[in-house]
Design a protein around this ligand. Sequence first.
Ligand SMILES: Nc1ncnc2c1ncn2[C@@H]1O[C@H](COP(=O)(O)OP(=O)(O)O)[C@@H](O)[C@H]1O
Ligand SMILES: [Mg+2]
Length: 811
Amino acid sequence: MADDQHKSKRRKTKGDGPVVRIGDKTISLSAYLQPAQPPKKEPTEPKPEQEQPAVEEQAGALKERAREEGPPRQDKRKAARHSRVHPDTPFLKSRRTLPIWDYQDEIRSSLRRDNDVLLIVGETGSGKSTQTPQFLCSEPWCRRKKVRAPSGEVAVGGVIAVTQPRRVAATTLASRVAQEMGTPLGSSREGSVGYSVRFDHNIPKGTKIKFLTEGMLLQELLRDPHLRQYSAVIVDEIHERSVDVDLIAGFLKQILSGDKAGRGGVPLKIVVMSATADVEKIQGFFKPEPPSHSDLDPDSEAAATATPATATATATAEVQFLRIKGRQYPVEIQHTDKPVPDIQEALLKQIFKIHLQEPLPGDILAFLTGQEEIETAQRLIEEYSATLAAGVPKLAVYPLFGQLSMQAQQDAFRPAKNKFTRKVVLATNIAETSVTVPGVRYVVDCGKAKVKQYRSRLGLESLLAKAISKSSAIQRSGRAGREGPGKCYRLYTAQTYDGLRDADLPEILRNDVLGAVLTMKARGIDDVLSFPLLDAPDLESVEKALVQLHFLGALGPDGAITESVGRRLALLPVPAPYGRVLLAAAEPEFDCLPEAVDVIACLTAGENIFLQLRSEDEAAEEVEALRRELYRREGDLLTYLTTAQQCFAIRSAADRAEWCRRRRVSARTMRQALSIRKQLRGLCLKEKLLPALPPDDDDDDDDDSKEEKSSFRPLSPERAAALLRCFLRGFAARCALLAPDASYVTIQGGAGGGGGKHLVAIHPSSVLHGQPKREAIMFLEHVFTQKNYAKKVSAVQADWIVEAMAAGGGG
Ligand SMILES: Nc1ncnc2c1ncn2[C@@H]1O[C@H](COP(=O)(O)OP(=O)(O)O)[C@@H](O)[C@H]1O
Ligand SMILES: [Mg+2]
């Protein structure tokens, strides 16, 4: 206790870190500027989430805070004692102006007693994501309780999970809510808000509200099917209908309708939120089914106190529904008169027009389809900005797309560095919902988005630019009215808008359902076809996924998940085929796990590690020459490995950055890759795939006093072959053989390979492009643009493919 008080004092004196002010808003950048350090273990401190007294106490403090904020106010003295949570008053002022503020009592009471489900629909900006968890975390049902479960005494509840479809939403929301609650992220080990996204966790001690990606919650469900840590799960942005959110909905429905013995009878409250939701469908889905037996464990005292109402009342309850009347600032929408022939050109013109005609301040958010389009536009805008006369404000461009590193994504949320500058954020649809890009007054919407489409007949996934839905268009224009009145320029006609679909197809209906099926299997759902889903994928895709999982060795002949492969794959935070590569690489026969980790780190770090060379780049020749030293005749994967190994062998971060710059290798991506490598290595150690950490596993800092890192040694051809054979364990179906006419033809059968054979060409971005043809190639990605292109290509031998097929039980 004394120790606790001491700590909270220490935190207060530390200051709240760097902040920026926009108008009357103060936004802390601490979470961005000091990326979350995984809390270092201190022997005297228990793990954050197992910390019970703190949570209990925090709950008390929060209750008081809630009282202090709204009427009735009382017992301030007691609140002052619990000084760890104190809402920031400037924030309180702006929070009070949010439309949702007036609904807080209703939100609280909708979940009291036996009501376990609430659906909230409200316009974007009404305050759903930031306020709802704060309203609920002081409720009595939100306290952590010790209860009896079949496995013995357990602690249940105390934390509210809020899921987000994207990492950037989870981290920025956590940062914002942490500020609002007066415990900014990164300023202390303690706090009321945390986040957990893939490869990045920041859960301060005493966390009451945890923002996490849907994928992370699914991971947690695998480890704890009862979600005992949580009192409530808030499923935000359900209308985006990712595969993950559909699975979460299914699991939550099961927890809701199952017996709650695993939670000692304590119900899990569920809040579903969205800007545009199919209310009836969601209400129908979560409507409790009459239980066949009593819901409650009669022995459990907690159950009796937590839910005074009877189980039968629960059974007949309707799903509560609340519509928040929005008060979005007005957004003036302009369509084009005629369809535009060239979107890119129209977009640039529109941005320049806004820049020259509209006063500062007022930043621009433009929606483009993908990374390549964004990078091209960025270059053109920067060139244009350089030509502007001295008296005209400059333009500062920030890209924002999913493949970008977290660091770079967060740059887009900061105000432009220089005064007299207009910020232009060029984003994909990741900025469409949930996030608030401060400063934006103008939105330019190209009307398209790249969607992943799974063509189960081909067994291939492709990214195609497609017209967005009305719902997306509305969301996009809404981004202009977050902080004041705004304007939205749509680069399509009003007629085109009228013809748009109302909403997008749920991802589960257009995507590879591999991960979904694996997750279901790992959760013991044998009959995946009868798992409760808002929309069930077609039989064909499910069957394909089952075949591929069988090929990967994740499912046994009886269709049940295998312990040796399937269960481990489900726990690894990488797509199943990559997970399979890691498992193979750990086998003594191949013994190349550190190398496989390096390659996978590069593959999952974000942007392509090689930046596109510009023709006007003066150093292009020199860059090419330096790059050629990295290229390996085995193909792209080995080239990534060489690049990673050479880059990571450089001791100082500054030298590494210089090394990257000279080769036009993305230093940002390499930093991210290094961080992923570290985490994957740690995970492999934990899962006993690695006996010990490789010798060069030190902190990625500039500690010159360190021993020389193991210097770079190129991989021998035998070891390179072993690595590629490991990759084939995951990707044997993504192979093509050289045909007599010197074209590459995909192999028949195999995992998800579909029935037919198809021609593929090596993409110009591959190091094997334009090289002499080989017997066979393996490609990790496939894009369908003008041609069927294979990307991330390696030369392989036909008998390795045969070997991998045989090992996997497929073929
Ligand atoms: N990171 C942020 N920076 C500045 N303002 C923010 C931030 N996040 C939220 N806000 C403010 O809070 C309001 C409510 O946001 P949010 O709770 O995300 O709304 P909703 O989820 O209903 O779309 C926004 O309109 C904006 O004014
Ligand atoms: Mg939201």
